[in-house]
Ligand binder design. Structure first.
Ligand SMILES: [Zn+2]
Length: 509
């Protein structure tokens, strides 16, 4: 693909404006987004690294250079002029710090959304989501994720719902979402034995012509117009745990495998396709201050993104946009030791990680003694805790938090994050999302439009414009939304009947 200097710089004269995005200029002027001549894509892949602070691909890049002499995919992108690069402002309607449902709904509706809600305002006004509009225009749609299928990020493209937590209801709403391919986790929201209302959502999908698959071997060579693949009870396991468990490797596909299968089935679509892919557990691990979980899911996310870039390279009609919905946890590799000599070894220790906290914490709970804690950490993370460090973890296992009334630290995972940080040299600012701008890259026709600083609301218009479509969802001011939110207070309790009693899929926001 050969681009003119003008195309590389941006959209005509707008390219000279530096960090102001061509999308922002079109939106500010109320203009229809226009693609440079011959640069309107047929297909769009929207790739989300959920919760990816900029420090995450930075760490992976340093690590890759140390271990295999290569760069991370994000570093390759930043150095290659064929890729547009920018930053995104991720704020929501309720806060400058967004949650994933507001973030994905903002991409899905073109409007800022209240944290915790999906394509709806606090007064109940529903917004029409992206996959509904695109599917009505004959575009095939797909959602692929490592979270539950019904989690905030995929749902934000496809449904309106008063709360992201109503995952059993979201599973039902997917039936009318216009989405043709679903791959992810969350059997508990589809399976009649796992739902409190005993509804068989798999059967409902089958009635609508969906092929339903549940294991890794079923997606090899899988073909069908409509596909529902659900590969785990809750979220898909962390990559570091999958890598160290032969049974998980046998039964659970990687994000790259799910992505490749989705692309194989969407690529022939006459009017093109829209595919959202989410590396969703980078965020979950960052909430838990779990470096092993975060690090290897970031690597797996980059593997899946490479599948998308390779597809776009081969099919010149496909635009890939990759970004994060927000940053999370504020992880950073710190200078440590004389001349910061120890930092490098700390990061390099990621190659010895063999468990996320999902595996580690149940093991630690088996025997709350100093020796057992030291043995578990040495076995799974390959370093030796001091007696004092192990005692702090034992004390936390007994429910004694050393953090007093800290707003941002408290649980066992905070303590683990801090103590393990003594060894891997990575520390965290909290277990919450942060307001940092996030990376954006684009590849393929139209990618020049995502350069510069974009607002999260702008991607909706861009994606619709690939089909010459426009849609104006209703607007709501912060003041009106706040009033409506206060008035709506009890609505979640009324709807709580939809929640499974053993649902633990809401702990990550
Ligand atoms: Zn989150």
């Amino acid at each position: 693909m050969k681009l003119s200097r003008r195309q590389l710089l941006g959209l005509g004269a707008a390219g000279a404006v530096g960090l102001v995005s061509p999308l922002a200029i079109a939106q500010a002027r109320g203009q229809q987004i226009r693609f440079p001549r011959g640069r309107r894509p047929k297909n769009v892949i929207f790739f989300v690294f959920d919760g990816m602070a900029m420090s995450v691909p930075t760490m992976v890049d340093h690590f890759r250079q140390m271990t295999d002499g290569k760069h991370s995919l994000w570093a390759e992108v930043l150095k290659d002029p064929r890729y547009a690069v920018g930053l995104q402002d991720t704020r929501s309607l309720s806060s400058v710090v967004t949650d994933s449902s507001a973030a994905a709904s903002t991409w899905g509706s073109g409007r800022l959304i209240w944290n915790g809600q999906l394509n709806i305002y606090p007064d109940g006004t529903e917004l029409k989501p992206l996959t509904k509009i695109m599917s009505e225009a004959g575009v095939k749609c797909g959602l692929v994720t490592t979270t539950t299928m019904t989690h905030a990020t995929p749902a934000g493209f496809a449904v309106s719902c008063v709360s992201r937590d109503l995952q059993p209801l979201i599973a039902e709403k997917y039936l009318d979402s216009g989405v043709d391919v679903f791959f992810g986790g969350g059997d508990r929201f589809f399976n009649p034995q796992r739902r409190t209302d005993k509804k068989d959502i798999y059967a409902e999908f089958a009635k609508r012509g969906f092929k339903v698959v549940k294991t890794r071997d079923e997606i090899a060579g899988l073909r069908g117009d409509k596909l529902l693949g659900i590969f785990s009870d809750s979220h898909v396991p962390f990559t570091v745990d999958r890598n160290n468990d032969p049974e998980l490797r046998r039964t659970v596909p990687t994000l790259a495998e799910m992505t490749a299968c989705a692309l194989d089935n969407l690529k022939g679509a006459r009017n093109g396709f829209l595919l959202q892919v989410e590396a969703g557990k980078v965020d979950h691990a960052a909430h838990g201050n779990d470096l092993a979980g975060m690090f290897w899911d970031q690597v797996a996310g980059e593997d899946a993104l490479r599948v998308c870039f390779d597809f776009a390279q081969e099919h010149g009609d496909t635009l890939v946009i990759a970004t994060a919905d927000h940053a999370c946890g504020g992880p950073s590799l710190n200078g440590a030791g004389d001349e910061y000599f120890d930092s490098t070894a700390g990061l390099k220790s990621a190659s010895n990680f063999r468990a996320s906290y999902d595996v580690l914490i149940p093991l630690l709970r088996e025997n709350k003694t100093r020796g057992h804690v030291q043995d578990v950490i040495e076995d799974r993370l390959a370093f030796k805790l001091s007696a004092k460090e192990a005692d702090a973890i034992v004390s936390m296992l007994d429910g004694k938090s050393p953090f007093g009334d800290s707003s941002f630290f408290g649980g066992l995972s905070s303590v683990l994050g801090m103590i393990l940080g003594n060894h891997n040299k990575v520390t965290w600012t909290s277990g919450n999302h942060t307001a940092d701008h996030v990376l954006v890259t684009g590849f393929g026709p139209g990618s020049e439009l995502v350069a510069g600083l974009t607002q999260n609301t702008q991607f909706f218009d861009l994606i619709l414009a690939t089909k010459g479509l426009r849609h104006e969802n209703p607007r709501m001011s912060f003041e009106d939304a706040k009033r409506a939110h206060e008035k709506a207070g009890g609505i979640l309790e009324e709807l709580s009947a939809y929640l499974s009693p053993d649902d633990d899929c809401m702990c990550h926001s």
